[in-house]
Design a binder for this molecule. Structure first.
Ligand code: PLP
Length: 359
C-alpha cells in the first residue's frame, strides 16, 4: 500500500534509504551479521559513525572548532544537558519563548536550578508569530540565548537567526537539514534525529569548542567533554539509528545537499499555504513571514469537521494529518522525505473536501 505520511515524527524516511536498509539488514557489508548485531567497537561500526560525522560536517560546512556528537535522550535530554554544560558561569539563561518546545526547555532549566529570563514571548497570541528581541542583550548577563528555530507544534520558524551578542543555543529538532543555517551563527545546535535525519534514538549535538565548560555535577552521560573524548561512545550508542542517519546523510548529499532540501521544502510549503490562503474553508493561522517550511498548521475552525477530514484523508492514503493534541486542528509535516507529489495529492484531496463540505 502506497501512502503519503504527513507525520510530525517519528520518523519520515526517504524511500531509497528504507530500501537500502532492507538490503543491508541480513548481512551488513558481507559480515554475515546485521547492523543490529555488530559490535559498536567493531571497525565496521567505527567506519559508519566516522562517515556520518564527516558527511554531516561536509553538508553543514561545520568548522573544525565545532565538535559533533551523537547523544541519546532526544531533544528533551538536551533541555537538561545544555544548561548543565554551558550555563555554569552565570547560571542564567535567556529565552525566546516561541512555542511549546521553547517553553519546555525553559522549564527544564528552571527545574535544574538555573535562572531563566524570557526576553520575548508570543504566548498570548497563541504563538502565531515569532517573538523578536527589541533591544540588544547585555553581553555579561546570560550564559546563552535559547532559540527554537522551528516550532513544530505551532508551525513557525526563524528563517533568519536573531542577532545576539551572546552565544545562541538552537533547538533545531524539526528543521535540522531541512532549512539552511550558517552554523557559525550558533554556539550550539542540537536536534533529535527523528524528523529529517533518521529514526528516534539519536540526537545530534554540534558545539563550539570554547563554550564547553569543565563540568562539575553533570551526569557522565550528559557531559559534552566526555562524549567528545569518547567519540560519542562513552556507553553503547544507538547503533541502528546512527547507521540509518548515516544513510540519510548520504541521500541528502546525493540529492543536492541542504540548500536543495531547503529549496524543496519552501516550494512544497509555499504551494500548500497558497492553496490554504485562497480556500474559503481552511485557515492557516501562522503569521505569513514566520511560517514554517516543514510543519504546516491549519484547520477548518470546526473540530468535528477537522476530525472528519483526518478520517477521510487516512482512507485516501494521506496519513497523520491530525494537529498536535495541545492545539488541535490539522498539521501537514513536509520533511525532506516528503515529495512534491505528496503535497499535490494533499491539495487535490483538500480541494475535493472543500467542494463537498462547504460550511
Ligand atoms: N524540540 C522540538 C522543536 C521538537 O519538535 C521536539 C519533539 O518533537 C522536541 C524538542 C522534543 O524532542 P524529543 O521527543 O526527542 O525529546
Amino acid at each position: 500500500m502506497s501512502v503519503f505520511n504527513f507525520s510530525a515524527g517519528p520518523a519520515v524516511m526517504p524511500k531509497p534509504v528504507i530500501e537500502q536498509i532492507q538490503r543491508d539488514l541480513p548481512s551488513l557489508d558481507n559480515s554475515g551479521m546485521s547492523i543490529l548485531e555488530i559490535s559498536h567497537r567493531s571497525a565496521l561500526f567505527q567506519n559508519i559513525i566516522d562517515e556520518a560525522v564527516a558527511d554531516l560536517r561536509d553538508l553543514l560546512n561545520i568548522p573544525a572548532n565545532y565538535h559533533i556528537c551523537f547523544a541519546q535522550g532526544g531533544g528533551t535530554g538536551q533541555f537538561a544537558a545544555v544548561p548543565l554544560n554551558l550555563a555554569n558561569n552565570r547560571r542564567h539563561i535567556a529565552l525566546l519563548d516561541s512555542g511549546t518546545w521553547a517553553a519546555k526547555a525553559g522549564k527544564e532549566a528552571t527545574r535544574l536550578g538555573y535562572q531563566v529570563t524570557t526576553l520575548a514571548t508570543t504566548k498570548d497570541g497563541k504563538y502565531r508569530e515569532l517573538p523578536r528581541l527589541k533591544q540588544a542583550i547585555p553581553a555579561d548577563s546570560f550564559d546563552y540565548l535559547h532559540v527554537t528555530t522551528n516550532n513544530t507544534i505551532e508551525g513557525t520558524a526563524y528563517h533568519t537567526v536573531p542577532e545576539s551578542e551572546i552565544p545562541i543555543v538552537a533547538d533545531m529538532s524539526s528543521n535540522f537539514l531541512g532549512e539552511n543555517y550558517d552554523i557559525t551563527n550558533f554556539g550550539l545546535v542540537f536536534a533529535g534525529a527523528q524528523k529529517n535525519l533518521g529514526p528516534a534514538g539519536v540526537t545530534v549535538v554540534i558545539v563550539r569548542e570554547d563554550l564547553i565548560q569543565t563540568a562539575e555535577a553533570v551526569p557522565s552521560i550528559f557531559d559534552y567533554q566526555l562524549a567528545i573524548d569518547k567519540g560519542s561512545m562513552l556507553n553503547t550508542p544507538p547503533t541502528f539509528a546512527i547507521y540509518a542517519a548515516g544513510l540519510v546523510l548520504k541521500w541528502i548529499k546525493a540529492e543536492g545537499g541542504v540548500t536543495e532540501m531547503a529549496r524543496r521544502n519552501q516550494a512544497k510549503s509555499d504551494k500548500l499555504y497558497d492553496y490554504l490562503d485562497e480556500s474559503k474553508l481552511f485557515n492557516a493561522p501562522a503569521f505569513k513571514p514566520d511560517r514554517s517550511y516543514t510543519n504546516v498548521v491549519f484547520s477548518t475552525n470546526n473540530d468535528e469537521l477537522d476530525a472528519v477530514l483526518v478520517k477521510e484523508a487516512t482512507a485516501a492514503g494521506l496519513m497523520n494529518l491530525k494537529g498536535h493534541r495541545s492545539v488541535g486542528g490539522l498539521r501537514a509535516s513536509l520533511y525532506n522525505a516528503m515529495p512534491m507529489a505528496g503535497v499535490d495529492a494533499l491539495i487535490d484531496f483538500l480541494y475535493q473536501f472543500e467542494q463537498t463540505h462547504q460550511e
